[in-house]
Write a protein that binds this ligand. Structure first.
Ligand SMILES: Nc1ncnc2c1ncn2[C@@H]1O[C@H](COP(=O)(O)OP(=O)(O)OP(=O)(O)O)[C@@H](O)[C@H]1O
Length: 254
């Protein structure tokens, strides 16, 4: 196994005084896609936000062997952690080109890579981002992260709410992107996980309940059903209805 790019150790996090992540530890290898999985409301987004210092957290996080848990978010981002948030957060009243230009952090942004990966965005560079489809907005969000030379991408539910054909396009783009940068991917669509992920970290109730090979997990129907509430088969696998707060164990909900 490659040396980890990210090591999370005894990380806990709170939102509005409530514990949403409790004492979690896992590693993200420096190559490929690692899936962060779990039912709705188990703390996946909170884990990503805690790594980025967007919510109150404690514990240790290292990037390429250096502690980042004491750093403010802007320093973590400039150290090379790209973030593609769940709700995409494009600037609706700016054009596609303006959205991309605003994201350029490095002296030599990787415009050629982005133009190669997103020909549709090149064609739409003058279009207001708010008038793009959900899938196109997702592409803008991914393109913004890929413009910079990151050491790690944190990508939160990139296929959420997208039509199957667009899901496949986003997955293909992520597959390409993962050749240039390791990705920690929150993803509910297990077909996408099956296609992209080498490793998997599964949360329940704000804690890590399973780590290992993503392919081995999805091949084990009983385990997949127990941990994720869905089967990991090759056909459609919609998540089970959200247990939400009930997924949190009583200790975590105090
Ligand atoms: N702003 C907030 N205020 C209060 N509670 C919150 C807030 N954001 C998240 N939570 C709670 O924290 C817990 C973890 O939420 P989080 O969004 O991290 O879960 P998730 O696994 O990403 O869920 P999903 O798959 O539904 O996006 C949930 O119980 C949620 O209700």
């Amino acid at each position: 196994m490659h040396a980890p790019i990210l090591t999370v150790s005894t990380l806990s996090a709170r939102i509005a005084g409530q514990q949403v992540v409790e004492d979690i530890s896992f590693q993200v290898p420096s190559l490929g896609v690692t899936a962060l999985l779990g039912r709705n409301g188990v703390g996946k987004t909170s884990t990503i936000k805690a790594i980025l210092g967007l919510i109150e957290r404690s514990g240790e996080v290292t990037l390429a062997g250096e502690r980042i848990d004491g750093e403010p978010t802007h320093k973590i981002v400039t150290r090379g952690v790209g973030y593609v948030p769940e709700d995409r957060e494009v600037f609706a009243s700016l054009t596609v080109a303006e959205n991309l230009r605003l994201a350029e952090r490095d002296d030599n942004p990787r415009r050629e890579l982005v133009e190669k990966l997103f020909p549709d965005l090149v064609a739409r560079s003058a279009q207001l981002a708010g008038t793009l489809s959900g899938g196109q907005q997702q592409m803008v969000s991914l393109a913004r992260a890929l413009l910079n030379d990151n050491e790690l991408l944190l990508v939160d539910e990139p296929t959420k709410g997208l039509a199957p054909k667009i899901v496949a396009e986003v997955a293909e783009t992520l597959e390409e992107a993962a050749r240039t940068v390791p990705i920690l991917l929150v993803e509910q669509n297990l077909q996408v996980v099956r296609r992209l992920a080498a490793g998997a970290v599964v949360l329940a109730g704000g804690r890590v309940v399973h780590t290992g090979s993503a392919q081995a997990l999805l091949a084990d129907e009983e385990l997949t059903k127990r941990l994720l509430g869905v089967h990991g088969g090759d056909d459609s696998n919609q998540p089970a209805p959200a247990p939400h707060a009930s997924a949190l164990n009583p200790e975590v909900r105090q």
